[in-house]
Design a protein around this ligand. Structure first.
Ligand code: PXP
Length: 239
């Protein structure tokens, strides 16, 4: 199973100050060095973290395949067709949400998705649809002929312990169902070291896309070093 690291929140830190650092491109290079298999970045319509230029640089200047997460809107589809990332994962997007809140309504937006999926696939981009664990939705994905679905693991990952077995069972059944329909299965959202054990029970997984928890842990893994470096640099004070 592969790991795609979502580096959006490196850009969140940068945008909080309007600086040029920390650069998601540098993060991608470190992810590659650590053995990650791919880089995921979400170009949101409101550009709250990743910017257009990041997407171009992530495609050209780091070695891992780029998975561009994006909403099904014309202006972003146009950017995807210019950048030509290895993969696009189409997600629903609402302006006010803190993060992607649910899977795509594939049945409700079938025709518009058919157009977008068609033009992305014609351009040689591998397309994935981010969906809830729901068989009717997965059948619609199959009808759209996408090679991949990404199962939304957020409801399971964020659930109280009592609710988790049922939600995990849904994910297991839907992974089986999608595999049976001939689609590859990715999973993502809310995955961390604490809930990973359950995720590993889901069959047929190709890639896990994980962002927030890795970025959060990396802050603490680097904290001691960053403080030591600053103290060391302050030793030069003679005043
Ligand atoms: N997969 C998709 C489709 C997402 O929208 C996100 C969040 O941007 C992720 C994976 C990663 O989720 P998290 O940051 O919670 O690990």
């Amino acid at each position: 199973m592969k790991l795609g690291v979502n580096i959006d929140h490196v850009a969140t830190l940068r945008q909080a100050r309007g600086t040029v650092y920390p650069d998601p491109l540098d993060a991608a290079i470190l992810c590659c060095r650590a053995g990650a298999h791919g880089i995921t970045a979400h170009l949101r319509e409101d550009r709250r973290h990743i910017q257009d230029d990041d997407i171009f640089r992530l495609k050209e200047l780091q070695p891992l395949p780029l998975n561009l997460e994006m909403a099904n809107v014309e202006s972003i589809v146009e950017i995807a067709l210019n950048v030509l990332p290895a993969e696009v994962c189409i997600v629903p997007e609402k302006r006010q949400e803190l993060t992607t809140e649910g899977g795509l309504d594939v049945v409700g937006h079938f025709e518009s998705l058919r157009n977008t999926v068609g033009s992305l696939m014609d351009a040689g981009i591998v397309v994935s649809l981010f969906v809830d664990a729901d068989e009717m939705t997965l059948s619609a994905c199959k009808d759209l002929k996408v090679p991949y679905v990404e199962l939304h693991t957020g409801p399971y990952c964020n659930a109280e312990a009592n609710d988790r077995p049922f939600l995990l069972e849904q994910l297991i059944q839907c992974a089986d169902y999608a595999h049976g329909l001939g689609m590859k299965v990715n999973a993502g959202h809310g995955i961390n070291l604490e809930n990973l054990g359950g995720i590993l029970c889901i069959p047929h997984l190709d890639t896990l896309n994980i962002g927030h928890s890795i970025i959060c842990r990396s802050v603490f893994h680097g904290m001691e070093k960053a403080v030591r470096e600053m103290l060391e640099a302050m030793q030069e004070y003679e005043g």
